[in-house]
Design a protein. Sequence first.
Length: 307
Amino acid sequence: MNLAALDLNLLVALDALLLEGNVGRAAMRIGLSQPAASHALRRLRDVLGDPLLVRVGARMELTPRAQALRGPLAQTLEQVRGLFIPDVFDARQSDRHFRLMMPDLAVELLMPPLMKKLDSVAPGVQINIVPWRGPSIMTAEFARSLDMVISIGNAFNGFHRQLLYVDSDALAVRKGYPAVARLKTAEGFLKARHIAVVLRGQSEDLIDDWLRSKKLERQIALVVPSYIEALHVAARTGLVAFVPQRLIAALAQPLSLTTIAPPFDPGNDEQFMFTPTRAQFDSGSIWLRKIMLETGRELDPPKRRTA
C-alpha cells in the first residue's frame, strides 16, 4: 500500500466507526456529516477489502476483521497523537489529569504518600481514581482512557507490568475479640464467622479459591465488595476478615483492630503496576511510573504477624 496516497483522516473515521458500530453515531463523534461518514466507510471498505460493518437484522455489526482492528488501531492513533505532544514533562508546571484504576486497598496504601509527594513536586497534577473492575471491562475504548492500573495477576493485555509491592494476608478482628487463640488453630479458623471480599469482576474471594484447593472451607457470614468495608464491619462485630496485612496495619489504630497470624498461609500477594503500551514513551507517563514505583517501594515492610 502507498501510504503517501492514504488520507490519514480515514484512520480517525475508522476508529469512530469501530467504536460506535453505527455510521450516524460515528459521524457525530468526529464532527462529520452523515454523508461524509458514509463516504469514508466506502473508501475504507475499498482500501481494506472488507465490508467492516454489515447489517444483521435491524442493526449493524462489525465484521471479524473490524473487531480485530480495534485494539491495534487505538494504539496506533495514540502513538500518532504522541508525536505532537512535547517530549518533556514539567511536573511542577503541569495541570495534567492522570486516570488510574485500582482496588480500594491500593488507594488506602498508595494515595496518601503519593499525594504528599505531589504536593511539593507537582501541585497542579490531578489523579482520578477509577474503581477496580477487573480485566473483563478492558475494552479498547476503556483501556485508552486509563494511564495506569494497579492489580494482582497478569490479565491486562496490551499493558506492561512492573512489581509495585509485596504483601501477605492476615486475620483482622476487633479489639477484645474473645477467641484470639482459637483463631490460630485450623479448627477455630474454619468454624469462625468470616467476611468474604468479592471484588467486582470476581465470583468469589480469592482466599476461598485457595482454601478449596486444600480441600478446606471456612464459614462465610457476610460478603462485601471491598477490603475496607470488611475491616469496618470486623471492627464493629464478632466477624473475622482475612485480608492483606498492610491494609490491617494502616487501619488498625483508627478502627481498633487486632492482627492475628492465621493457621494457613496462602503466600504473598504481589501488587503490580500496569501501564498501556501506548504510554511507554510518553514523558508524563514515565514520570508517573517513576514516582509510583518510588511510593510502592517506600511502603513500610510488612510486619510479622505476632498476635
